[in-house]
Design a protein around this ligand. Structure first.
Ligand SMILES: [Zn+2]
Length: 89
């Protein structure tokens, strides 16, 4: 017997607690961790016109971090920055 996805509560599920779309989001969250939460909060909690600006800012931030990784050879640079950012809150 089908039941509703435990996350979105709209899609029907037969063999899993999560629908296909929500399962994909779960995998993204597992992959990106705190960065996923940060982007969802920073981008989605804005009006539509300001979302595009924020998306560009988030992409720019990722590019800057990647450049720093390449320059310094420190592959943990992004994690250090994200951890530091969390402590400010
Ligand atoms: Zn769902």
């Amino acid at each position: 017997m089908p039941f509703l996805c435990v996350f979105c509560e709209t899609e029907r599920c037969y063999l899993s607690y999560l629908c296909e779309g929500c399962r994909e989001q779960k995998h993204l969250k597992l992959l990106y961790g705190d960065r996923y939460n940060e982007i969802v909060k920073n981008v989605l909690l804005r009006s539509n016109d300001k979302q595009e600006y924020k998306i560009k800012a988030e992409i720019k931030k990722d590019i800057e971090h990647k450049k720093k990784e390449v320059e310094t050879g420190d592959e943990t640079y992004i994690n250090k920055v994200c951890t530091r950012g969390d402590k400010k809150k």
